[in-house]
Design a protein around this ligand. Structure first.
Ligand code: HEM
Length: 363
């Protein structure tokens, strides 16, 4: 592994910050692997996505399994997306999410509580209910423990990636519990529509993809709202939408989109983080400004793009909107710190668990 790739692997955010000013919007990580973020390249890449292959992530594939939708390709991928995309359409879950959010806000302690952990637990409950059709806190807590041991920090991620390469890291006991819940799920729960042969990998993938990023996007949105004086008081629907968008730009939960591979074996990794901070595209890119003009094509893609664009996008945006609106309607929010250093879980970026929120009732 050369020095560039080592920097990319070991210290992802400092590495991304160090290449941010490269005007080409791309950097070679090793012989046939590139990190790219130039908007023209991104547009071309997503336009031709159908003809590219999507190699598994070496970090995530041992966790999510070989049959995860995240790396299926061709006809299998198209068929699976056809089931998944309508099933994840956001608005059908609005009443369910509202009810779960209200319960979670009512249970908030009066003292400080970790903001990212609160949003994570809530987002996992929501996707758990969508996938299984029932609440099962014990199962979700076991899933969280399993994930935290493997992805809970950059060090853990790298240890699992490098020390036990290629081995599956599933837990037979947890898998049996997940499979039991999935097999007994009844329509309209999502698990009832998943192909039985791939059930474990698809359930784990949905629980994982469906909560980590949404939770961190919600936490980042609340972070930016509380850092911006007067914003909470002015948040009508349009401003809230612009605020969520700007938060997804400056603090994208997924710093990288999935790998693409050309027919001649060139691997390309799109960097969402760098595309969203490109000075040639965004004026004062490090400033949080919900009033920004819409970006040009290929410059804003928090949900990836092409044939792999995130099928949970609408659901995620609905969740963020409902959680933020309900929280601010019921509570005054105060955060323990006006600044925070992002925490990486895999390549996902969240505020650190130490970022505490104190939520007091509005009178
Ligand atoms: C703010 C929240 C979210 C963000 C930022 C996000 C971001 C992403 C990104 C960047 C990708 C990779 C796309 C690519 O390679 O071009 C992706 C894929 C995916 N996401 Fe999301 N996501 C979010 C929420 C969700 C939710 C709620 C679900 C629901 C289950 C979900 C399910 C998936 C799945 C299944 C894929 C794989 C799609 C495929 O490979 O065809 N995501 N997401």
């Amino acid at each position: 592994m050369n020095r560039t790739e080592l920097g990319f692997r070991l210290r992802l955010i400092p590495f991304l910050d160090s290449v941010e000013s490269l005007e080409d919007g791309m950097v070679r990580l090793r012989d046939r692997r590139w990190l790219v973020w130039h908007p023209d390249v991104m547009s071309a890449l997503f336009r031709n996505d159908r003809d590219l292959r999507h190699p598994p992530s070496r970090t995530l594939s041992p966790l999510l399994g070989n049959r995860s939708v995240l790396w299926l390709d061709g006809a299998e991928h198209t068929a699976y997306r056809r089931t998944l995309t309508p099933a994840l359409r956001g608005n059908r879950y609005q009443a369910l999410i509202e009810e779960m959010v209200e319960r979670s806000i009512a249970a908030l302690p009066s003292g400080p509580t970790s903001l990212p952990e609160w949003t994570r637990k809530l987002a996992l409950r929501i996707i758990g209910r969508i996938v299984f059709g029932v609440d099962d806190d014990e199962l979700l807590a076991a899933f969280t423990r399993w994930l935290d041991r493997r992805l809970g920090s950059r060090v853990r991620t790298l240890a699992h990636r490098c020390l036990t390469p290629g081995s599956t890291r599933s837990d037979p006991h947890l898998d049996a519990m997940l499979l039991h819940r999935a097999r007994t799920a009844e329509p309209p729960a999502l698990a009832a529509f998943l192909p039985p042969g791939d059930l474990r990998d698809q359930v784990v993938s949905l629980l994982f993809a469906g909560h980590e990023t949404t939770a961190s996007a919600t936490a980042w949105t609340l972070y930016w709202i509380s850092r911006t004086p007067g914003l909470a008081e002015r948040l009508d629907d349009d401003l809230l939408e612009a605020t969520i968008r700007e938060s997804l730009r400056l603090s994208p939960p997924a710093t990288l989109a999935g790998n693409r591979m050309s027919a001649d074996g060139m691997v390309i990794t799109p960097s969402i983080y760098l595309a969203h901070r490109r000075a040639a595209t965004y004026e004062n890119p490090h400033v949080f400004d919900p009033a920004r003009r819409p970006p040009p094509p290929g410059a804003f893609f928090p949900f990836g793009g092409g044939v792999r664009h995130c099928p949970g996008r609408d659901l995620a945006l609905l969740e963020i909107r409902l959680i933020v609106t309900a929280l601010l309607r019921h509570k005054h929010i105060k955060l323990s710190s006006p600044t925070c250093t992002p925490q990486l879980r895999g390549a996902a970026m969240a505020p650190p668990p130490s970022l505490a929120m104190v939520a007091t009732c509005r009178r």
